[in-house]
Write a protein that binds this ligand. Structure first.
Ligand SMILES: NC(=O)c1ccc[n+]([C@@H]2O[C@H](COP(=O)([O-])OP(=O)(O)OC[C@H]3O[C@@H](n4cnc5c(N)ncnc54)[C@H](O)[C@@H]3O)[C@@H](O)[C@H]2O)c1
Length: 372
């Protein structure tokens, strides 16, 4: 029996291309693993009415880790229109399977390292080394949304919030409400994860990202809680910034920042920005961590226009595989893999389209594997 069981979830679109590439590299590391395929994504939604079928949930309960490619997500009406004819008008509602997976398995940490590998012509600046900790289960992704808005909710909001007055007389279908829900416990555990990471990896500083000056209740709670956690780590520098200013400061002075911790939506936004500063989505890797399961993935989505063309950059996914090796305790393999990626980038002989090259997804994987 293999030492590790890894759920293998390509999803759809370029998720399939990049996971095929990651497997070439993982095979070369000789990780003693059984890779168990699982279904997730758009085809599952269209044909079964569930983008994250029960059999995949069962699989995820019985593995050491999961590698996930990407899925296509569409707004509710567009998703309903694409259901197979027998599933139409059955009251099925689409929800992103990755958001569901994060919530069902309480994968509350989304950790996204963004490191400029030397010599990457796409680096915004050489030497950038940022890590984003995105809260992964709450905030505007809680899934508590209303559109049209039920009269009962409108009546309650009218009663409880004076600031609701401009909306109170609107017909139900003329507005929508998405609830941003942040808890003290959720804010505390993501802040703690960020500070513990800084301590473990001998880094310097945590910056708390928020918009507490305007979104006072939820972001106020997030900021207040993160500041309380910071007091337990007096050896680590802490500061905070509003999300809007943060995007400007990150571009202006990226070296002033180290580890960033943010509620779900702001974390999503800054992770794409940070990924772009180190080469773009082809370099942004990510892990969703809970107490029992960790799901490793590239930050990017399914990029449907490139699906099946083996054109996109697999480095993001290969770096996610590197994080998986570290997480499994296979750190020597993880380090070797990162060195191989760094060498290929530095040599500059092999590059996918985003790097200005013409190599395929699988050629890039073979080049990395050849360095191992
Ligand atoms: N975790 C996920 O699975 C995830 C994340 C984000 C978006 N999505 C979904 O993916 C679909 C497409 O979304 P999108 O177009 O906004 O974002 P995307 O990340 O799929 O792609 C945006 C663009 O980034 C570039 N890009 C992405 N990955 C790349 C790679 N590996 N190499 C080179 N270039 C790359 C391409 O130019 C692409 O068109 C949507 O349905 C969206 O909901 C899924």
């Amino acid at each position: 029996m293999a030492k590790y069981k890894i759920a293998w979830l390509p999803g759809d679109g370029i998720g399939k291309d990049v996971l095929e590439a990651a497997r070439i590299v993982l095979n070369k590391t000789q990780l003693d693993a059984e890779y168990i395929p699982g279904d997730i994504g758009w085809d599952c939604w269209r044909n079964e009415g569930d983008a994250l079928p029960a059999r995949t949930l069962e699989l995820l309960k019985n593995v050491d880790a999961a590698m996930f490619g990407a899925i296509t997500s569409k707004p509710v009406k567009a998703a309903a229109a694409e259901l197979a004819p027998p599933l139409q008008n059955q009251g099925l509602t689409y929800r992103s399977p990755i958001v569901r997976m994060r919530q069902l398995f309480d994968l509350y940490v989304c950790l996204r390292p963004c490191k400029a590998y030397p010599g990457n012509p796409l680096n915004f600046k050489e030497g950038i080394d940022l890590v984003v900790f995105r809260e992964n289960t709450e905030d505007l992704y809680a899934g508590v949304e209303f559109g049209p808005v039920p009269q009962e909710l409108a009546d309650t909001l009218s009663k409880l919030a004076k600031s609701f007055a401009p909306f109170a007389a609107l017909p139900a279908a003329e507005y929508a409400v998405s609830c941003k829900i942040n808890t003290r416990a959720g804010s505390e555990r993501i802040a703690r994860a960020a500070f513990e990471f800084v301590r473990k990896h001998h880094r310097k500083k945590v910056t708390v990202v928020h918009k507490a000056n305007v979104v006072r209740a939820t972001d106020g709670l997030f900021l207040e809680t993160a500041k309380a956690v910071a007091k337990e780590f007096p050896d680590i520098q802490t500061d905070d910034a509003n999300i809007d200013a943060m995007t400007m400061w990150l571009l202006k002075n990226p070296f002033n920042y180290d580890v960033l911790v943010a509620p779900n939506l702001y974390g999503d936004i800054i992770s794409d920005l940070c990924a772009q500063m180190v080469g773009g989505l082809g370099f942004g890797c990510s892990v969703n961590i809970g107490s029992k399961l960790a799901v490793f993935e590239p930050t990017h989505g399914s990029a449907p226009k490139y699906a099946g063309q083996y054109k996109v950059n697999p480095i993001a996914t290969v770096l996610a595989a590197k994080m998986m090796l570290d997480w499994l305790g296979e750190t020597a393999k993880g380090q070797a893999l990162e060195r191989a990626v760094a060498e290929v980038i530095k040599e500059g002989k092999v590059g996918t389209y985003d790097m200005g090259g013409s190599n395929t997804t699988l050629e890039m994987a073979e080049a990395i594997a050849a360095k191992l």
